[in-house]
Design a protein around this ligand. Structure first.
Ligand SMILES: *Cc1c(COP(=O)(O)O)cnc(C)c1O
Length: 475
């Protein structure tokens, strides 16, 4: 399998080349040249593998369809090393739990940092270590986080050979639990940098360093952000696992509702559907930052200024633009790279929006691609957390609550609706207390983490300061 850019550069690349790269050189995102098809026989085989051999072997089978430059035995070993009961808590890895009326929750948040990002990032850590060793190279991952991404990256890369992580975060803006999760890591290859500023300042510093091509090459700077194809690919696997648990045979369809921010998670669902997984609908759930809901309802994709981005109680969905969305629009518009370049490279930069309502393809969004959308607000979130606790004795986090609210609005009789659980409530305790008047339960391994010693440096929002810090720690 070869990979191409969404902006027209057709020079095909192998999986391991794009694994360590971020954006394509033309500014686009990588996608496979085509989606491998899983027919009825193949789907039954995968169902059997998940049921009899488990999630790791299912992951190996799905990944194998897209990766031909890692020997099969090695890839299988990497999957088995990643998806263990020990790390993810249950033999199913992503078990389903029933809510009411055919609505299910798929648990994706039992990994080391209690958010679904571990599902992909844990694999990425092992893939990076493997590929860097094979090449005899090193990589310094530089990132900006407001919470979930940074901790997932650090827990995936800690102790890995050949990799260092430099993670910036806005000082004092993360929840105490999130700060404790990250800053209590004592591994030599993990560097926490608290920046005197807001998240956008962190992101601007990271961009400035990455745009200094000399520095970038000299210090082997890389990223693990959500546009990385390997992360998306790892996420495709749990759509298959969710489908197999909710159905008895391949004649049945299911729908998924996905709490969305940068469109990475639901884009993996799109890929699964393009491969032939029987998905009826993919419902995109947003919070007050409804860039995506607006697009799916009107055809207008209008990015927000960061000043117009609401700070909400489901903060990991607070986005001004959805960085993975370009992948879906590429497929929607018949994989026309020139068109994508003019929309994403040009129109968005110039006027901040584009409008596909009049485009003949827009009617395919629902019909052919099965997309639908909805939005949830703080009041909805509180009501949904409260109701789910009262009716099912189940505590859900604020992002998952956005999903459950929207799923309830979109459920259809006879079609199981699977909501992806994107984090555990303990990460967002304040809103849980507001909703139901009690603290969420805390997994035993996180008891008392706020009191652990912290390893973090503070720094002004200054590009030279972070460059000096990186250079000083790469010797
Ligand atoms: C990252 C994140 C999301 C958004 O996922 P995308 O892939 O960016 O759409 C939703 N919920 C939680 C808890 C997250 O950490």
């Amino acid at each position: 399998m070869k990979y191409i850019s969404t902006r027209g550069d057709q020079s095909p690349k192998h999986f391991c080349d794009i694994l360590l790269e971020g954006l394509a050189p033309d500014g686009g995102l990588y996608l496979p040249e085509h989606y491998p098809q899983v027919d009825n026989v193949a789907l039954s085989r995968l169902r059997g593998i998940y049921q009899n051999q488990g999630y790791a072997d299912l992951a190996f089978e799905v990944l194998s369809l897209y990766i031909d430059d890692i020997p099969a035995a090695d890839l299988k070993a990497l999957c088995r090393k990643t998806y263990t009961t020990e790390v993810f808590g249950t033999p199913e890895i992503v078990p389903l739990r029933a809510l009411e009326n055919g609505i299910w929750l798929e648990a994706l948040s039992n990994g080391p940092t209690l958010a679904f990002k571990d599902m992909a990032m844990q694999l990425l850590g092992n893939l990076f270590e493997y590929e860097l060793a094979r090449r005899g190279e090193e990589l310094n991952i530089l990132g900006a986080t407001s919470g979930d991404t940074g901790s997932a990256a650090e827990y995936a890369m800690r102790g890995k050979k050949g990799v260092r992580v430099f993670m910036t975060s806005p000082q004092g803006r993360m929840s105490p639990f999130q700060q404790a999760q990250m800053f209590s890591l004592m591994d030599d290859n993990i560097f926490n940098i608290a920046v005197d500023g807001v998240f956008d300042d962190c992101q601007d510093m990271v961009k400035a360093v990455s745009n200094d091509l000399d520095f970038k090459r000299r210090y082997k700077i890389g990223t693990v952000n959500s546009i990385n194809w390997a992360r998306l690919l790892a996420q495709v696997v749990y759509y298959f696992a969710g489908y197999f648990q909710a159905t008895k045979d391949n004649t049945q369809k299911v729908s998924f509702t996905v709490p969305s921010g940068n469109f990475g998670n639901v884009c993996a669902g799109h890929v699964a559907r393009m491969m032939g997984l029987p998905i009826a609908r993919l419902v995109v759930a947003t919070n007050e930052n409804d860039v995506l809901d607006e697009f799916f309802k009107t055809g207008v994709y209008r990015v927000r200024a960061s000043a117009d981005t609401h700070e909400t109680s489901s903060p990991s969905m607070d986005i001004s633009k959805a960085s993975n969305f370009e992948r879906f629009v590429f497929d929607l518009l018949g994989r026309d790279g020139a068109r994508i370049k003019s929309l994403f490279g040009d129109a968005l930069g110039r006027v901040g929006f584009f409008d596909l309502e009049a485009h003949p393809a827009f009617s395919e969004v629902a019909r052919r691609y099965g997309f639908d959308s909805g939005k949830s607000t703080h009041v909805d979130r509180l009501a949904t957390i409260k109701d789910t606790w009262a009716r099912h004795g189940m505590m859900i986090d604020t992002h998952t609550a956005d999903g459950v609210k929207v799923a309830r609005d979109h459920a259809q009789a006879g079609v199981p609706m699977i909501v992806l659980e994107t984090a555990l409530p303990i990460k967002f305790a304040e809103t849980i207390v507001e909703a139901i008047g009690r603290e969420p339960d805390r997994p035993a391994k996180f008891l008392g983490i706020e009191a652990l010693p912290k390893r973090v440096v503070t720094m002004p929002a200054d590009v030279q300061a972070i460059k000096t810090f990186i250079a000083g720690h790469c010797a």
